[in-house]
Design a protein around this ligand. Structure first.
Ligand code: TQI
Ligand code: ZN
Ligand code: ZN
Length: 169
């Protein structure tokens, strides 16, 4: 079953659009940006919120970046596997990914040659759930379940995720 953060923080009532931007120093290519766009779309389809890329990093509601090790927010990344990414509860908007992972943004992660391959969209869908205010779910099929097996792709929202997010938006 779905859960929320303590105090049930959410983006303000009436929020119709949230904007996101990528850390300019990361120099991400369009393939990687497209993966995030798809992940946002999955949540947009089941809420009244739409997501679009901001005109600048400074004005974005949600900021996305890849970092390694200590990156200044008190939650250092730990290298390959372990923590893959983290996102903060509303309305912080920070979404960080561990640069050390073997991220797979194209093709089939289950067939990837790297044994530590991590599917970017699967992690993005989960972290966007946190950004919007969902905590973890006890239902294994849910995107918000707290563990995922290696080299797995899980990107479809489960009924439990949809019910949870529709309590908020
Ligand atoms: N990152 C943890 C996560 O996103 C960070 C975290 C732990 C957290 N407890 C939290 C974030 C409570 C918000 C609230 O859950 S992770 C998965 C999953 C991670 C894990 O790198 O371990 C995914 C990131 F669920 F698959 F295990 C993405 Cl999809
Ligand atoms: Zn961070
Ligand atoms: Zn999580």
């Amino acid at each position: 079953h779905y859960s929320f953060f303590d105090g049930m923080p959410r983006w303000p009532q009436g929020t119709e659009e949230l904007t996101y931007a990528f850390e300019p120093d990361n120099g991400l290519d369009d393939t990687v940006k497209g993966v995030f766009s798809n992940a946002f779309k999955r949540w947009a389809e089941v809420t009244t919120i739409s997501f679009s890329e901001a005109s600048s990093y400074a004005v974005a509601d949600i900021t996305i970046g890849f970092y390694s090790g200590d990156h200044g927010d008190g939650e250092p990344f730990d290298g390959v596997l372990g923590t893959l990414a983290h996102a903060f509860s509303p309305t912080n908007g920070m979404f960080h990914l561990d640069e050390a992972e073997d991220w797979v943004a194209t093709g089939d992660v289950t067939e990837a040659s790297m044994s530590n391959a991590v599917d970017l969209e699967s992690v993005a869908v989960h972290e966007i759930g946190h950004l919007l205010g969902l905590g973890h779910s006890s239902i294994e099929e849910a995107i918000m379940y707290p563990t995922i097996s290696a080299k797995t792709r899980k990107v479809e929202l489960a009924e439990d995720d949809i019910e949870g997010i529709q309590v908020l938006y």
